[in-house]
Write a protein that binds this ligand. Sequence first.
Ligand code: F0G
Length: 465
Amino acid sequence: MHEASHQLRCIGCGAVILPGAVEKNFRCVDCGELLEVEYPSWSAAGSANQSATGGPISSPRRMPNPGALRWLWQERLQSRLAIDRSGVWRFRELLPIVEHPEKAVTLREGNTPLYLLPKSAEKLGLDQLYAKHQGMNPTGSFKDTGMTAALSQAHQLGFDWVACASTGNTSASMAAYASRAGMNSLVLLPEGKISWSKLSQALDYGAVACQLNTDFDGCVRVLTDVVRRAPVYLLNSVNPYRLEGQKTAAFEIAEEFDWQVPDHLIVPGGNLANSSALGKGFLEMMHLGLTSKVPKISVVQAEGANPLYLYLLQQDGRDIQPMQADTRATAIRIGNPASWRKAARVIQETGGYCEQVSEAEIALAKADIGQEGIGCEPASAVTLAGLKKLVREGKVRRDESVVLLLTGHTLKDSEYVIDFHQGTLLSREESAGHQHEIAERRRATLSLDASSDAVLRVLEAAIQA
Ligand code: F0G
């Protein structure tokens, strides 16, 4: 453990916890809140009594040189070393969390593409719209960037077993990285409420996969008890080391923009760790002088799983109210998000918004992204659906550059896509008011005789259409 390089700070009471003294549930012993990693030698929160992103920024003691860092990170793209080829460990100066970075468990995560979305940009009247596709990670979701960080930590601490509760992607990612490291993994999944593709990944990568007759929030409750009673290392996103890996997507975005960050970043919200991680990444870069501003960070939730949206709407001094969540975007079917306080803080600090979108809006946005030649899973498409609303409400201007964070690969949930095109995805009530747009985007699969005449008739009709 690299004790000198980092410490943990409670986001509730501000208590500092040394890495060796952290509880198994990664919560503060005094107030029960979540923890955040900070780096005393350079992060804004390095001095006592300051929260990681709040309060005035003090001058850090050993500020890394921004120019040298940019050069080094670029150079590593040419290297043959496994950790240099990882889009997470390439930035290891800003996540010194393990004693032996050279022994990190990596599958060459990160370094994901940033695509232009010209068709959607035109429809929305925006000059610059991009998608940062974190679904192009080794197991098909952004979880890999966090997993390489936290699982490497577990590995170097000598754990044999890792565990998580999941809506599917975390379990797939954790199982893969555990297998790479020669470790064992236990996953708790809400029975019948995750896609088969994600479950099949966890099985293929050798996890002990338990489907529980509850939802994601119920799985988290059970796992909390399991972790207390068994020698397993918790890899849900309450583990703050996960966020250190996930924040590197912010570094990649800034690098792609030549260290001029975009105006607005839009992220899906489930358990609300990823929005927090990206906010942390952008704020750290600005603090270090790598960039001169942070983008607005907005979070989009599904209408049926919108506790953060309701919390920010009500602002009545009460904590977030857990809810019974329901959405076909199963990755974000979460009613009691663990990292809500961190996410709310990031939205407020960066001047972003929280939006909610309906099932039909998600399906339409997913089809729109597909028509750009880019697939993603439904939970990722909430970003475009949310952007459409933000533009309509005048919260995003035409000349602002916007990046949508796509979190999962389209093959993560092919049942959803088939149902959409077959017209069985949405109920009559859900599609009300959107029938025309849905019909425009649906594609039929055609069963034909094995003859060129039959195929040519179809082609002719398509050309004339
Ligand atoms: N998008 C996808 C594809 C996800 O899998 C998740 C979360 C999110 C967005 C939301 O991210 O939780 O950080 O706000 N999936 C978790 C899982 C919960 O278990 O795979 P968040």
